[in-house]
Design a protein around this ligand. Structure first.
Ligand code: HEC
Length: 136
């Protein structure tokens, strides 16, 4: 009985921790696990466009993080040409991204992390010359 209680406490605690875990650290971990096989963060590309220029495009196309993350998460769930925000050349060069078998919380966490890459790295002299553009 005592054991069960302890196990339950541990379980409840981790469930609670997971709830608030849509953090940057989690987004980065998901990226490394599920995305980095195709996406590098900065050029040169692997088998997909690097994350920095993608994040820059999303910052230009969406008024705020919430909108950008929403679209990105929906795209990753079921990628489609007409939903794509990147240069159409990316799709002809690399093909369409395959759908991600991730839950909504994970998709949102990793999309938030992708979005933040543009802000965090801009001005550090990395990327594709888009650093001077003011982020909206
Ligand atoms: C099997 C390779 C592969 C994996 C794994 C992959 N991607 Fe992609 N991704 C691509 C390719 C190829 C494109 C470019 C064509 C396109 O936009 O569909 C792309 C495009 C994107 C885009 C731009 C979407 C748009 O508007 O066109 C985002 C954002 C993105 N990936 C994020 C991610 C994230 C985050 C993960 C991990 C959860 C991930 N990708 C995993 C191959 C991959």
């Amino acid at each position: 009985m005592k054991r069960t209680l302890i196990a339950l406490t541990v379980l409840l605690f981790s469930a609670h921790a997971a709830e608030g875990a849509t953090t940057a650290a989690e987004g980065k971990a998901i990226f490394e696990r599920s995305c980095s096989v195709c996406h590098s963060v900065n050029p040169p590309p692997k088998s997909a466009p690097p994350i920095m220029p993608i994040a820059a495009v999303y910052h230009r196309q969406f008024p705020d993080k919430a909108e950008g993350v929403k679209h990105m998460a929906a795209f990753m769930k079921s990628p489609a040409k007409d939903k794509s925000k990147v240069d159409p050349e990316a799709i002809s060069r690399f093909g369409l991204m395959p759908p991600m078998a991730l839950g909504d919380a994970e998709l949102n966490a990793v999309a938030g992390w992708v979005w933040d890459q543009y802000n965090l790295n801009s001005g550090k002299g990395m990327g594709m010359g888009q650093q001077n553009e003011n982020c909206r």
